[in-house]
Design a protein around this ligand. Structure first.
Ligand code: 2AM
Ligand code: CA
Ligand code: CA
Ligand code: CA
Length: 266
């Protein structure tokens, strides 16, 4: 398996499917929004068609790999040694409302390790990518996490809870603390883009819970290859299939994690 050749193929497929999504977005008819599990969990034919196109292209690149995909348009195969972890459209709510912050997110894993990540920010035509044993890039340019050493000088991103039960009060408490002690908090609406922005140093850190593997597999790997640190809220490694994630440059990560851990009850 030549990872560089595969990467070229993944980027090509992302740009092509990204063009399709962008064009559909220009004329999107909001009566074509569908609800998944609730009034605020949205999807459209664009998500599903984009996923089918990606699955076709990626299957040709690595025929032996299984799939874990958000829209489930292909058989889900978590037991294969190689897996594509795909979110065909991350930031669907933005897309459906005509906001430009949405992306394609594609990770490739071997066993428990991610070995390739691509996050294509369609609206800005920025393709963030990385493979194992190499640096991270935005288009052709190498990227690195920011060198800002303290939370006080940091810009963070998060997502707000969709499920307003359980730990959402604790979460809002963490957000309240960060609001007072950072340059600010952004809520972009695409976890994949939040992670890509940590990787290239636009944001110092990102944290969220209740995310799914397809939201974070690619972006978290790109942050790591860009010199950043990614953990779950306990400081452990279970951030792709677990549902808590904290990503930041090395210095800010420590400060963020201490605060999150305590308030989260760990
Ligand atoms: P999506 O656009 O692919 O659904 C934003 O905080 C992140 O949460 C995005 O990655 C978004 O992915 C995801 N998201 C949106 N709606 C959600 C929901 N109802 N439950 C869980 N995650 C959701
Ligand atoms: Ca979704
Ligand atoms: Ca998503
Ligand atoms: Ca999605």
């Amino acid at each position: 398996m030549n990872l560089q050749t595969i990467q070229k193929g993944v980027i090509k497929a992302s740009l092509e499917v990204g063009d399709f999504i962008r064009k559909e977005g220009m004329a999107f008819d909001r009566t074509r929004i569908e609800q998944k599990t609730g009034f605020n969990n949205l999807v459209s034919y664009v998500d599903k068609e984009a996923e089918k196109r990606l699955v076709d292209a990626l299957h040709k690149l690595v025929p032996e790999a299984g799939f874990v995909t958000e829209e489930g348009t292909v058989e889900q195969n978590v037991k294969e040694e190689f897996k594509w972890i795909i979110d065909p459209l991350d930031g669907t709510t933005n897309f459906l409302h005509g906001m430009p912050t949405y992306a394609i997110s594609i990770g490739l894993t071997r066993g428990d390790d991610t070995i390739l990540g691509v996050v294509y920010h369609i609206g800005r035509d920025e393709c963030f990518h990385a493979i194992e044993n190499d640096a991270a890039y935005c288009n052709e340019k190498q990227i690195r996490v920011s060198a800002i050493p303290t939370l006080r000088e940091s810009l963070l991103a998060t997502g707000f809870p969709y499920n307003h039960s359980g730990k959402s009060e604790l979460y809002l408490d963490i957000i309240k603390h960060f609001l007072k002690h950072t340059h600010g908090i952004r809520r972009l609406g695409s976890a994949a883009i939040d992670l890509a922005y940590v990787a290239c140093g636009r944001l110092e850190g990102f944290f969220e819970y209740n995310l799914n593997p397809w939201d974070v597999a690619a972006g978290a790997f790109i942050v790591q290859q860009a010199g950043g640190k990614v953990t779950d809220f306990k400081g452990g490694k279970d951030f792709v299939f677990g549902n808590e994630l904290c990503a930041a440059n090395m210095l800010v990560h420590e400060e963020m994690l201490q605060l999150i851990k305590t308030r989260w009850g760990y």
